[in-house]
Design a protein around this ligand. Structure first.
Ligand code: FMN
Length: 170
């Protein structure tokens, strides 16, 4: 196939199955994105779509489905935290991927020093963020967070996620 000099026509998208296969082959960690709702209650969901965006200012992005009930709380709060799970985090990942109403009653957590957002135990790292921008993208929204606090545990291994299953690095 030749590439036209000026690509004016819109080519059809790949089928959803191929898209899932391709993207699922990219190994990632697993994060829990947390925030507080208007009543000050902790909220959160499991998110593997996470990456660094900018060093100056320090920006990261988490991709969240427009159907996520946590998205609205993040928009209203204007802050969120990203908790990178350690290798013991499978159950926590499954819990925060569910619609359970008592997610935070079943894990250990504390309010973050910089943002007040919930920080979970059993993580390899965390980032506390101010919401810089929420960019709609298809059926998802890219949360751009400016990092205002964070830390990493040197002696723990992360939980990995690849092709729809959890994995350990070593
Ligand atoms: C390993 C794993 C990774 C996930 N990654 C994402 C993600 O990157 N973005 C997203 O919107 N949902 C992701 N999900 C699904 C959400 O966690 C799930 O839809 C959750 O119910 C949303 O919660 P909420 O509606 O209370 O916000 C993931 C689920 C699992 C198990």
């Amino acid at each position: 196939m030749t590439v036209p000099e000026t690509a004016t026509e819109r080519l059809p998208s790949v089928d959803p199955q191929t898209f899932r296969k391709v993207m699922g082959s990219f190994a990632s960690g697993v994060t829990i994105v947390t925030t507080c709702d208007a009543e000050g209650r902790p909220r959160g969901f499991t998110c593997s779509a996470f990456c660094s965006v900018s060093a100056d200012p320090p920006l990261l992005t988490s991709g969240v489905s427009s159907h996520s009930s946590t998205l609205r709380a993040i928009r209203e709060c204007g802050r969120f935290a990203v908790n990178v799970l350690d290798s013991r985090g499978r159950e926590v990942s499954q819990l925060f991927a569910s619609r359970a109403v008592d997610k935070f009653a079943r894990v250990r957590w504390r309010p973050g020093e910089a943002s007040g957002m919930p920080l979970l135990h059993n993580t390899v790292a965390h980032a506390e963020c101010e919401l810089h921008e929420a960019v709609p993208a298809g059926d998802h929204t890219l949360l751009l967070g400016r990092v205002i606090g964070g830390g990493a545990e040197q002696d723990r291994l992360p939980l990995a996620y690849w092709r729809g299953g959890y994995a350990r690095l070593l």
